[in-house]
Design a protein around this ligand. Structure first.
Ligand SMILES: Nc1ncnc2c1ncn2[C@@H]1O[C@H](COP(=O)(O)OP(=O)(O)O)[C@@H](O)[C@H]1O
Ligand SMILES: CC(=O)N[C@@H](CCC(=O)OP(=O)(O)O)C(=O)O
Length: 274
């Protein structure tokens, strides 16, 4: 398999619209300068949309409450009892912590979960017999996202979905972010995590792949070089890289001014392209 660098394509496009997924692995470690960079991007006419995770915080809260938690293929087995903690953590403390950090940097943010205004509608995943109340996205009310942007706020979205009967679902944050990017027609999605990109071992050394195509990803999953928490990211990328979403970039949130550098097309992290 050859993995040649591929030139960056759309970045934020003319609209300045981009979706950023922020993983629970990195949220607490994000420096204040990350939010200053975000604020400056917003001031210069970009339209950031944030979808966040919070897996480690959910696991911590479940442990404190003595509720058992386990994952099947990267998805948390979710009962109603677990879902109470998932919703409390994602839509509550994590969502509001991000909103507060943006506001403290001088930016304007409005936090919602996928439940608010039926923003993210969901249905049970195919393997719901194994994982319980985990959802896949059946729709996104794009006009809520664009409406929040039009008011001058950065939408901060927690990945909890709802169906027509009012049933809640736990949605993997990478999956939710990819769906939001698709439905709002964002040219790119930036996945901010705790590693410098998608890595593989070459001559016994770990190297970051500057770019990978959707076809190459399958081989990397097959040979075990992509595993665990990276799997939902690349699967979400494969699902959303079509239509208007032309690239998904996986980057480390601790890299200085990572968002503006990625949007300028700098070779940082891994770009997943068609
Ligand atoms: N090929 C790979 N390159 C880089 N990281 C990988 C790879 N395969 C698996 N991973 C794992 O994926 C993790 C990121 O996923 P996860 O912990 O779920 O983060 P997040 O909370 O940001 O969603 C990395 O810390 C690393 O352990
Ligand atoms: C179904 C499922 O597994 N949902 C995730 C939602 C949070 C998430 O995805 O957070 P990260 O991005 O930090 O991993 C969970 O319960 O942990």
């Amino acid at each position: 398999m050859t993995l040649e660098p591929i030139e960056s394509q759309a970045q934020a496009g003319a609209s300045g619209l981009f979706v950023m997924k922020c993983g629970g692995s990195t949220l607490a470690a994000l420096p204040d300068s990350f939010f200053v960079d975000l604020r400056e991007l917003q001031l210069s006419g970009n339209q950031p949309v944030i979808v966040h995770g919070g897996g480690p915080a959910i696991s911590g809260n479940l442990e404190k409450l003595g509720i058992e938690s386990r994952f099947v293929n990267g998805l948390r087995v979710t009962t109603e009892e677990v879902l109470d903690v998932v919703e409390m953590t994602l839509s509550g403390s994590i969502n509001k912590a991000i909103v507060r950090r943006i506001q403290a940097s001088g930016g304007q943010a409005l936090g919602v979960s996928g439940v608010d205004g039926n923003l993210i509608t969901a249905r049970p995943v195919a393997n719901h017999h194994e994982v319980g109340l985990v959802g896949e996205v059946s729709g996104v009310q794009a006009e809520i996202v664009t409406g929040i942007l039009a008011m001058g706020y950065i939408p901060v979205i927690a990945p909890v979905g709802v169906d027509g009967d009012g049933q809640r679902y736990n949605i993997n944050a990478d999956t939710a972010a990819g769906a939001v990017a698709s439905y709002i027609g964002s040219p790119s999605m930036i996945v901010v995590t705790d590693v410098p990109g998608i890595m593989r071992t070459v001559d016994g050394e770990k190297v970051v792949l500057p770019s990978v195509t959707v076809a190459q990803i399958e081989a990397l999953i097959e040979n075990g070089e992509i595993y665990g928490g990276m799997i939902p990211k690349v699967r979400a990328a494969m699902d959303c890289i079509q239509g208007q979403v032309s690239e998904v970039i996986v980057v480390d949130g601790k890299e200085p001014r990572v968002l503006s550098r990625v949007l300028k097309g700098e070779a940082l992290g891994t770009r997943i392209v068609r």
